[in-house]
Design a protein around this ligand. Structure first.
Ligand SMILES: NC(=O)C1=CN([C@@H]2O[C@H](COP(=O)(O)OP(=O)(O)OC[C@H]3O[C@@H](n4cnc5c(N)ncnc54)[C@H](O)[C@@H]3O)[C@@H](O)[C@H]2O)C=CC1
Ligand SMILES: O=C(CO)COP(=O)(O)O
Length: 323
């Protein structure tokens, strides 16, 4: 272990004993950090764990529906103002449309908050396969501390100064992954899949720009990288939702048998609210939404996308570059 790593050893508490929290706890432990994985089935209350462990880094891998409750539980615990919060949740809160990092930052306005997101299918990480991720924060020192906590020979961690972009990349791609599952479930071929994923990225960038993200971030690991991983893997729960809907299953039937959380289902609904409020064109998300609501069949959703009004490829292409 290098000197910088030894100096950086931290007391890390991971919140959420699901697939991702468990995988991240193992990654943090590789470097010799003291790691405690807390879940609501833990025999010890959260307050006691955070106090006993003197947590320096608290990472939340709670699914979106539980983030606000868990953040307010943590608020009532005595913590040092130096504590770094890390959020690894990929979702949006219904009605408030808040991202998980916004919820954590509002709960702890004086503490650094870091977003951890990337192409990280937890089952592959549990199998000890190599992967890379991004830790993003406005607080560079906090991002670098978290980078050292998780970096190892099988997990390469990059820092990034655009937490909004990194968080939205991981969140928005889940909706496109549902569409990719439909595409594969209908056996539409490689051309169709490439078109879907590429236009999906355009849609992600459009939403991201409206919500204050940097466009370049979407072309990195947390955007394109995660989009590629999730849209191409049957290990993705979001992909599975789309694949099984295309094979005639109902949404309640798919959700009942899904291992863990498919955040894209809820995210899609929140995105429709945002798009309507802000006037953003998100045609793929709109068809995924109608499919999830049972308003269209997978085939009709495809036809509606293919037969939209014809238009230029890019919204704002610099005219001097057009031949
Ligand atoms: N599994 C994966 O490959 C990855 C998942 N993620 C994201 O991480 C988050 C968690 O994903 P998974 O671990 O796969 O889901 P999961 O469904 O396996 O686990 C979710 C965890 O959240 C906890 N939780 C939910 N509501 C709670 C509440 N009110 N109080 C206390 N605990 C609560 C559950 O008990 C469970 O431990 C999701 O937002 C997901 O998108 C991100 C990267 C990879
Ligand atoms: O975010 C993920 C991979 O980076 C996990 O995707 P799913 O939630 O679709 O399984």
């Amino acid at each position: 272990m290098t000197n910088s790593k030894i100096q950086n050893l931290k007391s890390v508490v991971i919140l959420g004993g699901g697939a991702w929290g468990t995988a991240l706890a193992k990654l943090a432990a590789i470097n010799g950090n003291q790691v405690h994985l807390w879940s609501r089935s833990d025999s010890q209350p959260l307050e006691k764990v955070l106090e006993d462990k003197n947590a320096q880094v608290i990472l939340s891998a709670i699914s979106m529906k539980g983030v606000r409750d868990v953040a307010s539980m943590v608020q009532s615990c005595p913590l040092s103002s130096q504590t770094i919060f890390v959020t690894a949740t990929k979702g949006l809160e219904p009605h408030t449309t808040s991202t998980p990092s916004q919820i954590w930052q509002a709960a702890f306005p004086n503490s650094p908050v870091v977003v951890l997101s990337g192409p990280n299918l937890s089952q592959e990480i549990a199998q000890e396969l190599p992967a890379a991720t991004v830790v993003a924060s406005k607080n560079t020192n906090a991002a670098q501390t978290v980078q050292l906590v998780f970096s190892s020979s099988r997990f390469r961690v990059y820092t990034n100064p655009d937490p909004v972009g990194v968080e939205l990349g991981g969140t928005l791609k889940n909706v496109i992954a549902i569409a990719a599952g439909v595409c594969d479930g209908l056996h539409l071929g490689t051309n169709a899949k490439a078109a879907l994923v590429t236009r999906g990225l355009t849609e992600m960038v459009r939403i991201g720009q409206t919500l204050g993200a940097k466009t370049e971030t979407f072309y990195g690991l947390s955007g394109l990288g995660d989009l590629l991983a999730t849209c191409n893997s049957p290990l993705s729960r979001n992909y599975q939702v789309g694949y099984q809907l295309a094979n005639g299953k109902t949404l309640p039937g798919v959700m009942a048998n899904l291992p863990g959380t498919a955040e894209g289902v809820n995210t899609c609904r929140v995105l429709m609210e945002i798009a309507q409020q802000q006037g953003i064109a998100i045609p793929i998300t709109e068809q995924v939404y109608q499919l999830l609501e049972g308003e269209v069949t997978p085939r009709l959703a495809l036809d509606k996308l293919m037969l939209r009004d014809i238009k230029p490829e890019f919204d704002n292409f610099p005219t001097e570059q057009i031949w």
